[in-house]
Ligand binder design. Structure first.
Ligand code: NI
Length: 276
């Protein structure tokens, strides 16, 4: 199936900063993805490297994660590179951003039954590290029906037209990975309930949020980000809330990457910034 957006839908995306896509993959694919999720999350693959972490909790081996998240899940399950969600999302991303749009990130999230934590209001761009060279749009696909009981997406229409707003670590707790915006008006939120295998797509500046999972079942969701990479850096200054790497996840990732490689990559990026 190839999804072709109408010109009205494309206009709606750029007016509102988000769009609902009623179906982006088949029920059979959703079933298979549920099995993949349950296996990857039970095994906590990628924990040591910091690819698996708790977005909203202290993320120690002793504390059960309240919002476990896995970066780059297709690295651990290569069959995810071939799914209809990915093909369709790329096709739609190219209709919204142009033919050179490409995949720039990939996340799997699972909110456990009854304890799955809220994803606080934020803009995705607030997570960008220095020297990011794209602006992204994010497709978010639930693997079961979602509504406000189990944490569907909510958006502030038109917020993508404004600047990146001040963010901080959740509850201002430096141990936590996730960010929350503060001082933003989120009183006019638009909730987007969806069937399994439906999706929302939003711009990296669009304020969004998902409530806790208060239901009896897991709330699984899959995010794919697409952008058009440019030769110039979109972000030349680190956001202050990202300058300090203090979460348990940061520390695992830094250790896995190694100090020398980190220094070399810093040198390369600085050289590129000076030479351009
Ligand atoms: Ni987000």
């Amino acid at each position: 199936m190839t999804i072709v957006l109408t010109s009205d839908a494309i206009r709606e995306f750029w007016d509102q900063g988000f769009l609902v896509i009623p179906q982006i993959c088949t029920p059979q694919e959703v079933d298979r993805l549920c099995d993949v999720y349950d296996r990857l999350f039970a095994q906590r693959v990628g924990w040591q490297k910091g690819d698996f972490f708790d977005f909203a909790g202290p993320d120690t081996p002793e504390s059960p994660p309240v919002l476990p998240q896995l970066l780059d899940p297709s690295r651990y399950e290569p069959s995810l590179k071939k799914i209809a969600f990915r093909t369709n999302a790329l096709a739609i991303a190219r209709q919204l951003l142009g033919p050179s749009a490409e995949l720039v990130f990939e996340h799997a999230m699972l909110k456990p039954p009854r304890i799955g934590a809220e994803t606080p209001w934020h803009q995705d761009e607030a997570f960008y590290p220095i020297y990011t060279n794209y602006q992204s749009i994010t497709f978010w696909m639930p693997l079961q029906p979602v509504d406000r009981l189990n944490g569907c997406m909510e958006f502030i229409a038109g917020s993508h037209a404004g600047p990146v707003l001040p963010h901080r670590r959740i509850n201002n707790d430096p141990r936590l990975h996730g960010l929350e915006v503060y001082g933003a008006d989120v009183s006019q939120a638009v909730s987007c309930p969806l069937p399994a295998g439906g999706a929302t797509v939003h711009h990296c500046r669009t304020l969004h949020h998902a409530g806790p999972n208060l239901s009896e079942g897991p709330r699984r969701a899959y995010s794919l980000g697409f952008g058009v990479r440019s030769r110039a850096f979109t972000l030349r200054t680190e956001f202050p809330w990202n300058a300090v790497r203090t979460s348990a996840r940061d520390q695992r990732a830094d250790e896995a990457q190694g100090a020398i490689r980190r220094y070399m990559s810093h040198l390369r990026k600085t050289a590129r910034a000076i030479l351009r």
